[in-house]
Design a protein around this ligand. Sequence first.
Ligand code: F0G
Length: 409
Amino acid sequence: MEHYYQCINCSSRYDTSEMIYACPRCEDLLEIRFDYEPSASQIDTKLWRSRSFSVWRYRELIPIESTTSIVTLGEGGTGLHRSQKLADDLGLGRLSIKFEGENPTGSFKDRGMTVGVSKAVEMQAKIVACASTGNTSASLSAYAARAGLRCIVLVPEGKVALGKLSQTIAHGATILEIEGNFDEALRSVIELTKRNPSIALLNSINSFRLEGQKTLAFEVCDQLDFTSPDILIVPVGNAGNISAIWKGFDELRRLQVIEKAPRMIGIQAEGAAPIASAYKGKSIHIQPVERPETIATAIRIGAPASWKKALRAVNDSGGLMETVSDKEILQAQKDLARREGLFVEPASASSIAGLRKLLEREAVEGDEEVVCVATGHGLKDPEVAARIGEAPVKTICDIKSIERTLGLR
Ligand code: F0G
């Protein structure tokens, strides 16, 4: 379908034959817009269903021109797990977890990278770069390896979970550990790609990445027989994902594939919650958090790049923003692992922690259908995982001692 960049502030339009990451006129965020008539006849859901369940099932709504440049590892197609025990514990009728840990590198970032890296290849880039709290770098380095591109990542020193760093090392990226946090790393990589335009920037201010991430909304509707849940809850860090997911629901609604879209609820960690603070204070601007801190290192971000899009998603959908403490995050991580068999990383558990809080204060009703997004796999952060369970018990390898230790004799 015909598409172009549009500035979310001044509505200027630009051709997508050039890679740009901000509006050349007013420097605000860009998004991809399609030239379609809002009518269901534009989309053939039967054709979608005839394809494999993955990001590319929805290719009519993905702005990649040439199928030969597609770089894929089989991303998307993740489970929507009905979680009745957790729902019962929380006093909720219907709860499902969209488990993005099932993606090839273990997080939702792969949805964005298959599209973003494909576009970079289409534009004949040879080098790709990003700043990251870990998952973006793990994902980009894998897709860069697959496409034969050089990959440069900037990460905050000592604040990237072990699993994510291991992946990035394994895939052969050049890793720069910077003294500073994610926000500083992002500023530097933006400057690096400005000064060296041949390096493609793959953070979520790259609109093509969000075009991949919006397929999470398509999949949730597809899994619910082309209906939408009442509420979708997602952890928020740099705020690309909530913006992308809302764009996906909004497009399906405009195309009359679904009748209504869900309320979008974004959850931030208490120590890194500029968007939730702006929402609660009814402000239309965020106040960046200078020293963001949370155990959920994935969302340890004080100056989210896509905050404006996130507030728009929340307000346009009739949703809200909430914060959760590290303690609540760890409890939710444990509940998901013990009650539902889903091992997610701390940031991912914040959506469930947030749901609990919102049910308590009756901002979510017990009869609403809720989907929580669990954004990344628990193996990403093995060190934190050890804190939510008991350490292994040492025993000598003798049947009597084993039985005694187990309390069987
Ligand atoms: N959950 C996980 C597991 C993440 O890795 C991230 C972001 C988020 C949630 C928040 O998504 O930034 O789109 O609002 N991780 C980025 C990274 C920042 O570098 O891996 P967001």
